[in-house]
Every structure is written in C-alpha cells, then in structure tokens.
Design a protein around this ligand. Structure first.
Ligand SMILES: [Cu+2]
Length: 162
C-alpha cells in the first residue's frame, strides 16, 4: 500500500511537470521587439518599417499581412540582389517565424512597406501597425519613427557600399 501511494505521488508530480512544459496545441506566442519606421520626406509615397519578431511558442507561425491607418496598404517585402542591384520584392506568402526562433526585419533586408502614405512619417511620433499572423492572430504595435541619415533619403535600398 505504501509503495502504491508513492507511485501515485510520483505519477502526479510527473503529470504536473508535463502539463507545465507541454502547451501542445497552444498557439505560438509572438513578441515584437523594437518596432520602428523610417522618417519620410514630404510627398514621399512609400516608407519602410522594421522590427524583430520573437516566437516563444513551440509551433511555427507566419506573418501573413499588415495594415496601418497611415497608408493605403502595407506590404511585406524582402530585398534581393538582381543583376548586381538590390531590389525590393513583395512576399505574398509573408514571412515564416520558426518555433522558438526570431526573425529580424531591418533595412536592406526583410521589412514592411507602407504603400501610398496618407502623410509623411515624422521622427519622434509613433504609428500603429497591425500585424496578422496565421496562427497567432492580430497584434497591433506602435512603430517609433526615427530620423534617417541624409544619405538614406530614398525608401529604395541603396546599392551596397564598395
Ligand atoms: Cu519595400
């Protein structure tokens, strides 16, 4: 009898541990770190937004869409080399966010693109952007608008410095 209750206790302890460590079907847990957008010039049509997406969950997710009240559309872009030139390309499928991984959106790499800005993005302000994830649902972040260097006036990525 004594050993039986010991086994029962061990089983309970094991189950409790199991429950704590296995959020099996739970959706991926996504965190957005340091969201920021680049300041835009008066009359500039498009602008870039950046952030790091951290997936604390045990299942992969996908950033599938984004939107913001400051522009008609928000697209998901990458930058690729084509014939020696860096060109932006829309990613219609979005960006995969691996389980327990992190994906950095940064200048000259993955980014979101504000298409047809309603107004310029001014340094110091924060603009809301709603990110839509396939499994994780929607999440709205405030992107801090940062001043850009004079050499980065164009929203298009410049060719790599030699
Ligand atoms: Cu772009």
């Amino acid at each position: 009898m004594k050993s039986h209750s010991m086994i029962a206790m061990l089983a309970l302890a094991f189950m409790a541990t199991g429950i704590r460590n296995v959020p099996a079907a739970a959706p991926a847990q996504l965190r957005i770190e340091a969201p920021w957008a680049r300041e835009t010039a008066e009359g500039q049509r498009d602008g870039g937004g950046f952030m790091t997406i951290v997936n604390d969950g045990k299942s992969a997710d996908q950033l599938v869409a984004a939107s913001s009240p400051v522009s008609a559309e928000v697209q998901i872009h990458t930058v690729q080399m084509e014939n020696g030139m860096m060109r932006m390309r829309e990613l219609p499928e979005g960006i995969a966010i691996p389980a327990q991984g992190r994906v950095e959106l940064k200048p000259r790499s993955l980014h979101i693109m504000f298409i047809k800005l309603q107004r310029p993005l001014r340094a110091g302000e924060k603009v809301p952007v709603t990110l839509k994830f396939r499994a994780g649902g929607e999440q709205t972040v405030m992107m801090e608008v940062r001043a850009m260097a004079a050499s980065m006036m164009s929203p298009m990525p410049a060719p790599p410095a030699k």
